[in-house]
Write a protein that binds this ligand. Structure first.
Ligand SMILES: [Mg+2]
Length: 321
């Protein structure tokens, strides 16, 4: 199959900054790619790296892909490229080949349909706002708190306050982004291990402390995130929750198949994609909810600006970019 490859870059400002223990995100940059086959089928993909060095690397590699290319040669070439580029091209090809067929609407914009990221500067006042909205809708909501940003004793005091304020209708996810050592991680696991509100502790230890993560997983559900990106073979090996980001994996069709085959303990998460990458997030999240361990996805819905980049129509996004 002969393909025409085109790319356009984008940049947007997040509606509020997102802080974790490693970095702060204020803006997001990346590329939309478009593949057109010789029988005029079109597939879109998104190259959505999160870090500055990765962006530079992706820019260089994207410039090496010719506009007219045979699918076989393209695969040969991207094999060694950044996972985000492989993800975008595999996504676009999956669309061309009908391996994924998107729906017109997915309905993830209500507050009980995704995990709500707490503002790390005003955790308790944010929680109170959410509780107010929750009492209006009368449904269970999920909140996510990024920890490892302040001194541990301060965060333990905040945790105590959160736990005293939430009832059974609030589920809690904590994400340390790999910043804790074993001692602190075990303290938190001991505090939370019998708590009914907790979904999981996300990446409490550094990505490569797999023994420590395995031991913690016996005490409390541990969700791997950064470890899966560094060691993708863990996807088939880790016996616990997995935070999966289609735009960061070489081939999101693998994830699609896992969800179609009802694999358990998968949670879908955003890397701040535009409406193009978000189609995968929505599609995979709706499959996840029909699986054996349904959990709302982490899509950071309230962090995106009002822009054509987030339209539900891929062609309109491409045409306006
Ligand atoms: Mg995470």
């Amino acid at each position: 199959m002969n393909l025409i490859f085109k790319k356009k870059s984008y940049k947007f400002v997040l509606s509020t900054k997102v802080k974790n223990s490693k970095t702060t995100y204020l803006t997001k940059s990346g590329w939309i790619i478009k593949l057109t086959s010789n029988d005029k089928k079109i597939g879109f993909g998104e190259v959505s790296p999160l870090l500055e060095d990765e962006l530079k690397n992706c820019a260089k590699q994207l410039n090496m892909i010719p506009e007219h290319v045979k699918v076989f040669n393209l695969f040969e070439q991207i094999n060694i490229f950044h996972p985000c580029i492989q993800s975008a091209i595999n996504s676009a090809l999956a669309e061309i080949n009908g391996k994924i067929i998107f729906k017109d609407n997915y309905y993830f914009d209500e507050i009980d349909k995704t995990a709500i990221l707490l503002n790390s500067e005003n955790v308790i006042s944010d929680l109170n706002e959410i509780k107010k909205k929750q009492s209006n809708i009368g449904k269970s909501v999920t909140i996510k708190w990024k920890v490892g940003l302040k001194k541990n004793h301060e965060e333990e005091a905040i945790l105590e306050e959160i736990l005293s304020q939430i009832d059974n209708n609030i589920k809690l996810r904590l994400d340390a982004n790999g910043s804790w050592g074993r001692k602190i991680a075990n303290r938190w696991a001991d505090i939370l291990k019998d708590n009914k509100n907790i979904d999981w502790l996300e990446q409490p230890l550094c990505f490569d402390d797999l023994d420590g993560l395995n031991d913690l997983n016996k005490k409390i559900p541990i969700a791997l995130d950064e470890s899966l990106l560094k060691f993708p073979t863990l996807i088939d090996e880790w016996e616990g929750w997995q935070i999966r980001r289609p735009s960061q994996e070489n081939n999101p069709v693998k994830l699609l198949r896992e969800l179609e085959n009802k694999k358990a303990l998968i949670s879908i998460s955003t890397s701040f994609e535009t409406g193009i990458g978000r189609r995968w997030l929505y599609h995979l999240s709706s499959l996840q909810l029909q699986g054996p361990t349904p959990k709302v996805p982490g899509l950071a819905i309230n962090k995106f600006p009002n822009s054509f980049l987030f339209l539900n129509d891929a062609k309109k996004i491409w045409d306006q970019l």
